[in-house]
Write a protein that binds this ligand. Sequence first.
Ligand SMILES: [Zn+2]
Length: 208
Amino acid sequence: MIGIADTGQAETDLAAGTLTCPRCAGSLQPWGHARARTVRDHGPTTVALRPRRARCRACRSTQVLLPAVVAPRRADTTAVIGAALQASARGIGYRRIAVRLNRPVSTVRRWIRAGRDPQHAGWLRAQAVAWLARVDRDVLGGLAPQPTRLGEALTALAAAALTPAGPGLPARLTVDANRPDHLWPARRVSGASPAGLRFPLCRVLTRP
Ligand SMILES: [Zn+2]
């Protein structure tokens, strides 16, 4: 699976043969589509998508190009799950979060358990720190200490999301200032290419 920030750009890059295979760095070609799926966003909004599938010309493995708005094997958008984790890191209980997001208590509890797992929180933070180390090392020293591992992971992810990509990096991540409860929406910087987003947005809840 490859997480992508901009489906239109990914399509263009796929047609041009400039998207590379995560296994062997061979060139990917279009290979139909994965099954259609619908995920729930904030409130009653749903997002329908049919992710593109690609195949490597060299090793012949196939990859699903999953837009960053959704997490693998989850029925809710990355933004909704991220909002739940943020609220949890601020000390809000899962029952209140479930009411606020209008989701079943059991579902919210599952997300939060996964996010609070020390190994997983450590992994999340490592992803963000690795990104920051590549684009802006100065930010690393300025991260505010947090009382929990999950809080540290989310702070590092938010910092990574706010950091402009340096030269040679394909994309940058931004936090929508109008919707600060929404973590991890991604937008391409105009003119940057290719679109393959290296920062594993889609894997924030699923370790490889
Ligand atoms: Zn390959």
